[in-house]
Ligand binder design. Sequence first.
Ligand code: HEM
Length: 289
Amino acid sequence: MSAELPEMLAADFIRDEPDPFHWRMGVRPLELDKWLIKDTRFEVDLAELRLQLAKRRDEIIYCEEGSEGACAEIYAAIRAHCSLSEVETFVPAGTDIIEAARLIVQEDLCVMTRKNGFWVMVACAVAFPTSWDVQSKFGKSLDEIHEPVPRYSKDLSKSMNVFFDRLRAEAPVWRSNRTLSDRSSLRLEPYTRTQEAQTEITIDNVGDKVFLRVEYQTLRKFPVSDSVLFTIRILQQPLRELLDEPVALRSLVRGLARMPPDIAAYKRGTSNYVELIAEWAKGSGLEIT
Ligand code: HEM
């Protein structure tokens, strides 16, 4: 695995966003050493994963009949990437292959295959969703999965489906998205999407109490089963750490200010503190033009 890579930080993924706002695919070529990344949080993340599995396995693991071939192909690739042998990663009875794969990496995993012309999630192991209801996406198509996302059908639906059809095994990609949250837990329950701002968060503590949460996502095609693996890795930093990254903080503050009302309502956890963050950033010496 890629122990020699410098640690990935949430702030590294903040870029200027489109003005006026629109969703973009934003996919870039992926070098395979940056596919699944083991970092210093490995033990902590995996302990949290095991805790969540013990509490609510049925909300995390999905594996529909017929997906076993895709999961096995993907598991073999993950095992090889992590330099683990079959013996070291023996799948005990009662454990789904996708669960076994999830238990050796820090990333959540979603397996998509083509069914009647639609890309459908046939298996997954998602313990750390960003305020979405994982169970409600089991067995669903890309369009159905993204149904709650405003402007998805206008900005993304067509290009997404074409993109999935054309994705080649030898050309994997990555993308990212960003959210703000007043919680630092890896798992964000769906109710956190619509939660009101906490009154005790003020200009004096917003830098420590609000977190930038980035999903580092990768997409890789597996040719034998004609499936796509979508991985989601959560990276988080308290906003205060972005004071050392003024270019990223400026892009973030500008992007937040441009969020239209429908997106702000969908991403309430993110929109709750927009004005407070702008004020705090300016008060900390950031110039925002
Ligand atoms: C190129 C591929 C993809 C693009 C461009 C894309 C784009 C997006 C965007 C723009 C959002 C809203 C993000 C936000 O909250 O800031 C979103 C949300 C989401 N995406 Fe994707 N996505 C992609 C692939 C996938 C795949 C393969 C899955 C499979 C599970 C997925 C699952 C979700 C879910 C569950 C949400 C949250 C929906 C909700 O609120 O219930 N995405 N996606």
